[in-house]
Design a protein around this ligand. Structure first.
Ligand code: ZN
Length: 287
C-alpha cells in the first residue's frame, strides 16, 4: 500500500468520525473501531499494543511512562493497524526510521493523518509564518509532538520548505514540500550538520535569537543553484535532537548554472549572445 493510498484511507476514516474538534479526540477514533484505551505500565520502549477481545471489541493499551502526546500518537497507530488490517510488527524500535517494516510505516502515516487531519491542518500551515515558534504553536493546538507537526508542516507547505530531524549532530530524517522535491533538493540522512550553521551552533549551546540566512550548498546534496535559504532551529538537549526548519524565500528557484542560459532564453526570449542583437519583435513565439 503506497503512502497516498494510506493517506486517503485515513482521510475517509476521519470523515466517518464526524466533524473533528481541535485537538482531535483519539478516544473517538478508538470508538470508531470498537476499541477502548487503557493506560498501563509497559516495557520501557514499547509504545502500545492492542488485542481483540472475544466480544469482537478492541483493547488498546498505551505506555503510562510516555508523555500524553506520544500516547495520543500511539493510540492512532493502533487504530491504524485495525483500520488498515495490518498486523503489528513491533520488533524494531519505533524510533528507527531505517529498520521500520513497511506495515509499521503505513500505520505511522495513517496515525499522522488522524492526529493532524488534512482539513484542519493544511489551512493552518498556509496561514503560518516560517518559524519553529509557529510549528511549536501548531503542535500545542493539535496536542501533537513538535516532530510530527514539523514533518507534516513541511510536507504540506505550498512553498519550498524542509523539516530536518538530527540526532547526535547527524541528520536522521527529512520531510520536504512537494516544491522542494520537484526541485531535486535532497538532504542525505547520516549527513553531519554543517559545522557553522545555526543548527550546529544551537547544538553547541548557542541560543538562537531567530532565523538566519543559510547556505543551500551546505544542506542540499549536489546543489548548484541560487536562492535565498533561511534556517530556524530548536535543540532538545535531553535527547540531543536538533529540529531544523529550512525554507527558500523564492517562489521559483533559478535553475542550475548549466541550464541557466536555456532558462534565460526561454523566460526572457534572449538568443544566445552572438554579437547580433535580436530584431525587435522577432522573438520566437511558442506555437
Ligand atoms: Zn505498529
Amino acid at each position: 500500500m503506497d503512502e497516498l493510498t494510506v493517506a486517503m484511507k485515513a482521510r475517509d476514516f476521519v470523515a466517518k468520525c464526524g466533524a473533528p474538534t481541535l485537538p482531535v479526540s483519539v478516544d473517538v477514533y478508538a470508538q470508531q473501531i470498537g476499541g477502548a484505551v487503557k493506560v498501563e505500565a509497559l516495557a520501557e520502549h514499547e509504545d502500545a499494543w492492542s488485542v481483540r477481545l472475544p466480544s469482537g471489541r478492541y483493547r488498546i493499551c498505551v505506555n503510562c511512562a510516555h508523555n500524553s502526546r506520544r500516547q495520543r500518537f500511539s493510540v492512532c497507530h493502533e487504530v491504524a493497524h485495525v483500520a488498515l488490517e495490518i498486523s503489528a510488527d513491533h520488533s524494531a524500535p519505533s524510533w528507527s526510521y531505517t529498520r521500520r517494516p513497511p506495515g509499521e510505516v503505513a500505520c505511522d502515516v495513517f496515525a499522522s493523518e488522524l492526529l493532524l487531519p488534512y482539513r484542519l491542518f493544511k489551512p493552518r500551515v498556509d496561514a503560518a509564518d516560517y518559524s519553529m515558534a509557529a510549528i511549536t504553536a501548531l503542535a500545542d493546538d493539535f496536542d501533537a509532538s513538535v516532530i510530527s507537526t514539523g514533518s507534516r508542516f513541511a510536507s504540506f507547505s505550498s512553498d519550498l520548505c524542509a523539516f530536518v530531524l538530527s540526532e547526535g549532530g547527524k541528520v536522521r530524517y527529512c520531510a520536504r514540500s512537494a516544491g522542494l522535491r520537484d526541485n531535486g533538493a535532497w538532504i542525505r540522512p547520516g549527513m553531519v550538520l554543517p559545522s557553522d550553521c545555526l543548527s550546529a551552533r544551537a547544538r553547541g549551546g548557542e541560543r538562537p535569537s531567530g532565523s538566519e540566512d543559510a547556505d543551500p550548498d551546505q544542506w542540499f546534496e549536489n546543489w548548484d543553484r541560487d536562492g535565498s535559504l533561511y534556517e530556524d532551529v530548536i535543540h532538545l538537549d535531553q535527547w540531543d535532537q536538533t529540529l531544523t526548519l529550512l525554507w527558500f524565500d523564492d517562489e521559483d528557484l533559478p535553475p542550475s548554472t548549466g541550464d541557466r542560459r536555456q532558462w534565460e532564453e526561454r523566460t526572457q526570449g534572449l538568443r544566445e549572445l552572438d554579437g547580433v542583437l535580436p530584431w525587435p519583435g522577432a522573438k520566437k513565439r511558442r506555437p
